[in-house]
Ligand binder design. Structure first.
Ligand SMILES: Cc1cc2nc3c(=O)[nH]c(=O)nc-3n(C[C@H](O)[C@H](O)[C@H](O)COP(=O)(O)OP(=O)(O)OC[C@H]3O[C@@H](n4cnc5c(N)ncnc54)[C@H](O)[C@@H]3O)c2cc1C
Length: 616
């Protein structure tokens, strides 16, 4: 650990120690929300630190160190669960996706803990299958009007601000959901049934009904249709925050069991001297250490903007199950006394039982993990509706303006001598017209990226995206950038096009193919003989089959390029895309990182070619 990190950890932990007296050393005996303890937690600055936009490192490390310590010293797991929910549901969502106006309106009070946050995704009939939610948000003038019924809203009855996920379109695709910040006391928000739980008693859980609840358009978090994108980011943080608290609890349990095992005597010896008891304690230590290490590992990856999809799913399963196992072991080590309610060990088991359920059940997480390692998911084919696509426009201010003053090498990192060597090898000595040049370069680029950068043989099967994207995402971006570079080196105008393919989440097969939920597809348009042509995305046959579209056959160079863009054989799910006339790698990295975190290597470079003497 870096010394600066040590300092962050020390301060965060000290801030929690400073309020230890206010946290109450006993297990809560009722289910009232502990407002005073909430305020004590807020006074440590934990919420404010989490929203620190100046330093992501500081924000994440300080938050998880504070939460871990909170888990260790605070026996009120309902309170700590509510704290994690507030942090993830509202602060994280707003900090990352909220408009400046929305943040200005409520962030200060949220991070001061004066306003309490919650989020409403689940419904009575839509839990694991969140896409089947029926809550709708209908556009009406300057507002959206929300109608529907939500269940399992943590903090719901005490919340001031609720992030509500609702359908803004009737398509059965992931892009049908948007997120809204709703003031809990708005007309049309009705508090429903309080859901009494078997554990986490002081964390209120309730149902909520929205009846013609008008929400100004400015309250949308993220873009329209990006609800699941917001949720996916929020869930990653929720898992990190909730389960680092569990790690703190595991540490407390371990210490308690060591004390008990050494002090409780039977058969003339401490029970800890019996190997079967000692082994349980050893297992508790192993479970604690590995859970802790894994969560801090994820935190480091998050700080480095690396993809954590798989890691978070693993953490969810591993930590929740080990937290539960240690709670049961702790009770057992205490024998009959462990079963006495006032000892709190039964409460700890009940608290830990929730871990494998919330934030996506462990069955769902295991499904994700198995899909990511290549297990084919057995689910129905997409319905005709789910094939409909909607291309989401990226914000126009993110599109770089034309800047004719720049040289090629400034515009594209790739345009260096190595690229030129690559181009002259690809084109050979034959005289070529513009079109032939564009086509030849296209194939050279495609093959180079597939064979050399991603080490994938595409000769028989077409482009096997499943191979390519497994660990190194962004195949199409790399290809599109390189293609733009090589075209420009030959004086051909070439631009990049970004299109968000939105219906992958609805098809596990595609999710599996692209290794994630949301997929920005990049391709090129090249100007040949005065006409802009779309350069084929070259999707493989499997993809075509999934979408029931004719596979593209490449029976020669010419068919690789379609013309003109809108009237040709453009794939049905691409349309109306965003065009980058002058792609600059740095801008693209920013953009992709904003819309598709973890896709670009932390140093902003592409993987290097392996076998060829040509380095790109
Ligand atoms: C303490 C707590 C706090 C919560 N807080 C919130 C909150 O703040 N906001 C919110 O929106 N929700 C919240 N939830 C709801 C939670 O997200 C859901 O309970 C969870 O997503 C599961 O949905 P479900 O309860 O409808 O179960 P179901 O989806 O009906 O699942 C029932 C069982 O079937 C299994 N199952 C379902 N589908 C599959 C599948 N495809 N493959 C294998 N197994 C499957 C599940 O794993 C589970 O074991 C909370 C839940 C708990 C327990």
């Amino acid at each position: 650990m870096h010394s600066k990190d040590n300092e962050i950890a020390k301060q965060a932990r000290a801030s929690i120690d400073a309020i230890a007296h206010a946290l109450d050393s006993e297990y809560p005996t009722d289910s009232d929300f502990p407002h005073q303890r909430w305020q004590a937690v807020a006074s440590t600055g934990i919420f404010r630190h989490a929203a620190n936009v100046q330093s992501k490192r500081n924000a994440i490390l300080s938050t998880i160190n504070a939460l871990e310590r909170l888990g260790e010293i605070c026996k009120d797991s309902g309170l700590t669960f509510s704290v994690a929910t507030h942090l993830a549901s509202t602060i994280t969502a707003l900090e990352k996706f909220g408009s400046p106006e929305l943040k200005a309106r409520c962030m200060d009070e949220l991070v001061a803990g004066q306003l309490i946050g919650a989020h409403a995704i689940s419904e009575p009939n839509a839990g694991s299958d969140a896409l089947s939610m029926t809550t709708t948000a209908r556009e009406d003038g300057d507002d959206f009007v929300i109608n529907g019924h939500k269940a399992f809203v943590t903090n719901g009855s005490v919340a001031d601000m609720i992030v509500v996920y609702a359908k803004t379109s009737s398509a059965a695709t992931a892009d049908c959901v948007s997120a809204f910040l709703v003031e809990a006391r708005s007309p049309g928000v009705h508090l429903g049934l309080t859901m009494e739980k078997v554990g986490l008693s002081s964390s209120p859980l309730c149902e909520l009904t929205f009846e013609n609840c008008r929400v100004p358009k400015e309250n949308m978090i993220g873009r329209r249709g990006a609800g699941f994108f917001v949720l996916s980011h929020v869930m990653q943080r929720e898992i990190l925050y909730s389960f680092i608290i569990s790690v703190g609890e595991m540490q407390r349990r371990l210490k308690r069991c060591v004390r008990y095992a050494n002090s409780r005597r039977q058969f003339g010896s401490s029970i800890g001297s019996f190997q079967s008891v000692a082994n349980k304690v050893a297992d508790m230590k192993i479970r604690y250490e590995l859970s802790r290490q894994w969560l801090y590992h994820i935190a480091e990856r998050m700080i480095a903007n690396q993809d954590v999809t798989s890691e978070v799913a693993i953490a969810k399963v591993f930590v929740s199950e080990n937290a539960l196992a240690t709670s049961i072991d702790a009770l057992h080590i205490h024998g009959g006394y462990g079963y006495i309610a006032s000892n709190g060990l039964g409460t700890e088991v009940c608290n830990a039982l929730a871990g494998p359920i919330y934030s996506g059940t462990n069955e769902i997480q295991r499904g994700r993990i198995s899909a990511m390692v290549g297990i084919t998911q057995g689910k129905a084919k997409p319905t005709p509706d789910s094939r409909n696509s909607e291309v989401v426009r990226l914000e126009s201010h993110m599109v770089p303006k034309m800047d004719d003053e720049r040289t090629h090498s400034e515009l594209l990192d790739f345009l260096n001598e190595d690229v030129l060597t690559f181009v002259s090898a690809a084109l050979g000595d034959e005289p070529l017209d513009e079109r032939e040049t564009a086509v030849k370069l296209y194939y050279a680029v495609r093959d180079k990226i597939a064979y050399e950068v991603f080490d994938t043989d595409i000769s028989n099967v077409g482009l096997r995206a499943s191979h390519i994207v497994k660990d190194r995402r962004g195949f199409c971006l790399h290809k599109a950038l390189l293609y733009a570079a090589v075209c420009r080196s030959q004086g051909l105008a070439c631009r990049l096009v970004a299109s968000r393919v939105t219906n992958h989440i609805a098809t596990p097969e595609l999710q599996n193919l692209v290794g994630g939920d949301v997929f920005l597809h990049w391709y090129n348009e090249v100007k040949v003989e005065g006409v802009w042509l779309q350069v084929s995305p070259v999707f493989n046959k499997l993809l075509c089959k999934l979408y029931s579209i004719e596979p593209l056959e490449f029976d020669g160079y010419r068919s690789a390029i379609y013309q003109p863009f809108n009237n040709g054989l453009a794939m049905s799910y691409l349309g109306n895309p965003v065009v980058f006339a002058n792609p600059r790698y740095a801008d693209l990295i920013d953009l992709v990182n904003n819309h598709h975190p973890g896709m670009i290597a932390p140093d902003g470079r592409l993987p290097q070619a392996k076998s060829s003497g040509v380095t790109l």
